[in-house]
Design a protein around this ligand. Sequence first.
Ligand code: NZQ
Ligand code: ZN
Length: 392
Amino acid sequence: MFDFKYYTPTKVIFGKGAEAKTAELIKEFGGSRVLVHYGTGSVIRTGLLKKVTDILDNAGIFYVTLGGAVPNPRLGLVYEGIDLCRREGVDFILAVGGGSAIDSAKAIGYGAANDGDVWDFYENKRKPSGSLPIGVILTIAATGSEMIDSSVITKEDGLLKRGCNSDYCRPKFAIMNPELTMTLPDYQTACGCADIMMHTMERYFTCGGNMEITDSVAEGLLRTVMKNAKILVKEPKNYNARAEVMWAGSLSHNGLTGCGSDGGDWTPHKMEHEIGGLFDVAHGAGLAAVWGSWARYVYKDCLPRFKRFAVNVMGVENKGSDEEIALKGIEAMEAFYREINMPTNLRELGVDATDEQLSEMAKKCAQGVGGETGSAKRLKEADMLAIYKACR
Ligand code: NZQ
Ligand code: ZN
């Protein structure tokens, strides 16, 4: 077990009608001039945006709105948001939506509170020294961005998808009403479940410093998400299943399932970010597409963890060699992906990548991680290329 820091300052308001608390919470955290930031229109169609702006109107809180945060949110809109914040003297950003609107809001928050080009933070050239405070009304359970310290943005030039981590951007509050996720397309619900599970799996498959309590939480979380993801395939309006998945999404990525480990592996995420950058796929589906090939490539180097996962999470019988059990666990995970209509390779993801594109992704991925990455197994550019080829 390694030493660790656990810091989750976000105030969570969870349950039916929780968005009614929006104005109160903004005031509690000192907001008086608000940028309401959202995605490409779902919050208009569902009526949530109108509901929120009515709440702000009634509370006498000044606001401006900016929509347009696309899945894999773009740097161009971030610049636009920063200008708007400066022009209007914005002192609080309210993200209404999913990971894309939240991450875009975080980037705008950095840009408005720091001089220079905000992209420097995403290229790791400089560290931010502050951010405008952020609040969140979550509409999709997936990224955990509502509690985590990270933001992922795509730069149009070169289609570079990069993340920035700092405690400054951790949301002050997160409003989570599971009912708000009931309008999601089934595909997005499943993508969210895949992403939630992967945030814990990335932390689980390590070769360093594991801790029993953390493993138990992680395994329980994974079993819970699988069970409820399957329920949601048949009953998308099941409130309890929505609620279980939504809270799991936050717990999966707020650091809880990584306490005591070496920080996790994160190669599937790094590899997905290149797929998402180049082909603009939904993040969770991209993860599902790459995971099986990654797992088969690395499992022998992290055998005790893959065996434990197979038995404790996937319910594989503890019979046969460790390798056989581990492989059955990987197969069972892929069967689960199919059951919730997630892809298990690039073709099923709808990506028809050429050899050149796979090489480009492997190269960019290796560059982005400084040459090599991973805990289950250390991987370099050649390994990444082999995995991309295996999942084509
Ligand atoms: O854009 P709108 O119109 O809002 O539609 C969205 C979008 O099309 C729609 N949607 C969201 N809530 C809805 C809804 N449609 C109907 N009803 C609702 N209630 O769903 C689609 C996906 O939304 P998005 O915000 O893109 O999804 P998600 O939360 O999965 O965010 C994905 C982004 O977050 C990044 C991903 O890479 C991707 O760019 N990630 C951020 C992380 C972080 N900050 O820590 C970690 C993750 O690993 C991930 O990398
Ligand atoms: Zn993710």
